[in-house]
Design a protein around this ligand. Structure first.
Ligand code: GFB
Length: 306
């Protein structure tokens, strides 16, 4: 087997893939090519000559980033995905996996979210730019499979977290932002402010689990329809924060700030398809995942992405 190119290799999932130490993986990042530029993307594929691609590169953020940068997230993700999948097709790439996320599903939908529901309504307004751009990954992959028999598949993880995340207090996802904010609150002897009510529910998946599932799908999954990667276990934002505070041994108070958005109340997703393929796959529990994430942050701060 030839080279598997990993785009977005300096991001959350790219970092987790590196820890697997799989052979014949070529890791590429922004420093190697601006994937919003077709010519740079084509030159990258000519240089690397990959047989397969794990496409992790994306412009992402938490609810804060999505509400501020709806135009940038839409534009950049559309261009990145259009260029990567087109250059993969032109380069004769045999297999490509790319990623959406459960926030792209319709906001009002029957639960649990199922792969078939993807286009049955508008996404939540808090991240519509990102969500519509990401939905086009599924459309482009399916259209390329139909016209050119490209084996391009799409995975739909729930909220991914773990080492080497984006720890920005403003644009980051909830777990990295709160790990960072809790670390600072402890250091400065302050209370910890949490956005929203703490009542929304999320399903979280540890990045190392996604890396394993991505490697599995690259070898074993070839359906036209996407596949959801979830444990199916929901947890409230309040319980997540209490896990983070425990892992950091933070003893201050939690202050919930109702002026900040709650976003979607919940987005429970259906693990049935994954369970059919991998009935014994064990997801990392939230306590263990958060402990690992906090330990990584404490060991690397302040040399972290933010
Ligand atoms: O990860 P997150 O920002 O995005 O989580 P989504 C937002 C939830 O966490 C809201 C609460 O209920 C927030 O009120 N929260 C509490 C915080 N404190 C904070 C904080 O300090 N920072 C942040 N960010 N949230 C994501 C999409 O939606 O879903 C991603 O933004 C991705 O693009 C992911 O698709 C699957 O979970 O709402």
């Amino acid at each position: 087997m030839g080279i598997t190119m990993v785009t977005g290799a300096n991001g959350l999932v790219g970092y987790a893939l590196r820890q697997m130490h799989e052979p014949d993986l070529a890791y590429v990042s922004r420093a190697d090519a601006d994937l919003t530029d077709f010519n740079q993307t084509k030159a990258l594929f000519n240089r690397v000559q990959p047989d397969r691609v794990i496409h992790c590169a994306a412009e992402v953020g938490g609810i804060g980033g999505n509400m501020i940068h709806s135009g940038e997230y839409f534009r950049n993700n559309i261009m990145i995905n259009l260029n990567v999948l087109e250059c993969a097709r032109l380069a004769g790439v045999k297999k490509l996996i790319s990623f959406m996320s459960t926030c792209v599903f319709p906001d009002s939908c029957t639960y649990p979210l199922n792969e078939r529901d993807l286009h049955n309504g508008p996404p939540h307004p808090s991240n519509f730019g990102y969500a519509y751009a990401k939905r086009m990954l599924e459309v482009q992959s399916s259209a390329y499979r139909k016209e050119w028999q490209c084996d391009f598949i799409v995975a739909i993880p729930t909220n991914i977290y773990g080492p080497n995340d984006n720890w920005s207090l403003h644009d980051g996802h909830v777990i990295p932002s709160l790990v960072h904010r809790c670390y600072l609150a402890k250091k400065n002897g302050e209370d910890l402010t949490v956005w929203g009510s703490g009542t929304p529910l999320r399903e979280f998946v540890f990045a190392n689990d996604i890396a394993q599932l991505a490697a599995w799908a690259l070898n074993r999954y070839s359906e036209d329809s996407p596949i959801i990667f979830t444990s199916g276990i929901e947890i409230s934002i309040r319980d997540v924060v209490e896990n983070i505070a425990g892992a950091l041994n933070f003893k201050g108070s939690l202050i919930f700030d109702p002026s900040k958005p709650d976003g979607q109340f919940r987005k429970p997703s259906d693990p049935t398809k994954l369970k059919k393929y991998l009935p014994d796959f064990e997801f990392t529990g939230i306590e263990k995942g958060i402990t690992n994430t906090v330990e990584w942050f404490e060991a690397h701060y302040p040399n972290v992405r933010m």
